[in-house]
Design a protein around this ligand. Sequence first.
Ligand SMILES: [Zn+2]
Length: 136
Amino acid sequence: MKNFFARIASRMQRFMYGRYGSDELTLFLMGTALVFLLLSWVLWVFYFVGAALLIWATFRSLSRNVAARQRERNRYLRLIAKPKNFFKLQKNKFRDRKTHKYFHCTHCRAILRVPKGKGTLDVTCPRCHKITVKKT
Ligand SMILES: [Zn+2]
């Protein structure tokens, strides 16, 4: 039985050799497809959207055109970078809400973090090296 699974794993490895495999975009497509397939219980049209996303994810995983898949992945990562950073900042602001204060540099709009309760501080921005006076 162990030999049987080893043979299947070996065949699978041979099948996937030279193919793109999985990445962030594929996982996102599969997750979205799952949501649409669950929504198809409410409205049948969602079934086709979910199935199309699943087919797209499978196509991407099995594709041998690695360069094109990497371009798609990079486009996807650029697209989600801004919202991802926004939510990361909100999470950090909430985590540090009792110990630190966040604000924008008045010169270059960079986001700065200073400890709370230290009086009025002269904060030097690490990006533009200009000083902002901030009450903490
Ligand atoms: Zn600055």
